[in-house]
Design a protein around this ligand. Structure first.
Ligand code: CP3
Length: 322
């Protein structure tokens, strides 16, 4: 959940050396450096690839820029002609830097440190591709999903194929596990959740298991609510990320028998710090700590997080004896 990033001064320094955020993602040496920065500060069990979920549409030749204070901006895909402008030929070659980052990290990490690759889930990536930026209501995406289902399905299909190839190549480059981020899964009603969250993720996990039987995949269907158990059973993920809204007793009783869970500290508690943070950490550990469990946040670290609070968190989890 965003190990690296703007909350670390050393990240901000490396990013300005790279030029832009995208330049940083495609500069293998600097991306390796940024991925290692949190591990120098904290005693972490895993390192996550430094990249972004939007390199997939970018490598399909959709125009993308990250603007300061504005987040990602893409030229939206809303017609058959827009879709034809995308290009899957040479897609993996354009992502060569990502695979170099994984290969380098694999040689630099201690063998006990898990290397996590990742991609956005097709639904979440497609919302950015259609909206052209982050959205609160996904109005353009839903208009296309319900108003032109054939075109919407064609976009989802292209992105699912690209994501499959991308994840398989990350695994070949040395990722020990891959996480599929479906940040906007909770925006869909049940029927569409099954069709556009569960089904494409199921296809990705199936392709990965065909390539590498038993390979562990982590899903993060943020906001899935009561559909978490269905998501786990049908996609066959080995682990799920719990968002901050998932009740812990329910997760222990209903989800942990199905797969490993990770989560779900509210990232803003890491801004508050102090006793509120400690109490929340202890509660998560006492309810989920019997396992299978990975301590994590319920969503990404925010830029205003004091690094000291992260250190306090890691030490508390390390010292826990449940
Ligand atoms: O955690 C890590 O160190 C791994 C790297 C990582 C990034 N993005 C780097 C990043 C990962 C795993 C992501 C995933 C990602 N990216 C998601 C899914 C998880 C989530 O947070 O919900 C999504 C939806 C994106 C798309 C994205 N990337 C947005 C909306 C933004 C702007 C957000 C903002 O706070 O401005 C980004 C930018 C981004 N991706 C940053 C980082 C470190 C900040 C870029 C900067 O330096 O300005």
């Amino acid at each position: 959940m965003r190990q690296a990033g703007r909350y670390l001064p050393e990240y901000r320094a490396t990013r300005s050396e790279a030029g832009s955020f995208l330049d940083l993602c495609y500069n293998a040496d600097l991306a390796v450096e940024v991925a290692l920065q949190p591990l120098r500060r904290y005693e972490l069990d895993a390192a996550i690839l430094f990249s972004d979920i939007l390199v997939v549409p970018h490598a399909l030749k959709q125009h993308l820029a990250f603007r300061e204070g504005e987040g990602p901006v893409l030229t939206p895909i809303r017609s058959a002609m827009d879709l034809e402008g995308l290009d899957i030929e040479g897609f993996l070659e354009r992502l060569g830097a990502v695979f170099d980052v994984l290969k380098k990290l694999g040689t630099m990490l201690r063998s006990a440190t898990t290397l996590i690759g990742f991609a956005g889930a097709p639904w979440t990536v497609v919302t950015y591709m259609i909206e052209g930026h982050g959205s609160k209501d996904f109005a353009e995406t839903k208009k296309l999903m319900w108003g032109n289902p054939a075109l919407f399905a064609a976009i989802m299909d292209l992105v699912t194929k690209a994501t499959r190839d991308y994840l398989l190549a990350q695994i070949d480059a040395g990722a020990d596990t891959v996480q599929i981020f479906d940040t906007w899964a909770g925006a869909l009603p049940e029927t569409e959740f099954r069709r556009w969250v569960i089904e494409p993720t199921r296809q990705l996990v199936e392709a990965i298991h065909h390539h590498r039987p038993g390979f562990p995949v982590i899903g993060f269907p943020r906001g899935a609510g009561a559909l978490y158990p269905t998501y786990i059973r049908e996609t066959k993920v080995a682990g799920v990320g719990l968002d901050t809204g998932v009740p812990l007793d329910w997760a222990a009783e209903v989800l942990q028998p199905l797969c490993a869970v990770q989560g779900n500290l509210d990232p803003l508690l890491l801004v508050a710090g102090g006793e509120a943070q400690d109490l929340a950490v202890d509660r998560i550990l006492s309810i989920l700590g019997k396992g299978p469990f990975i301590f994590n946040l319920g969503h990404g670290i925010v830029p205003q997080t004091p690094p000291d609070h992260v250190e306090r968190l890691v030490e508390r989890v390390r010292q826990w004896r449940g």
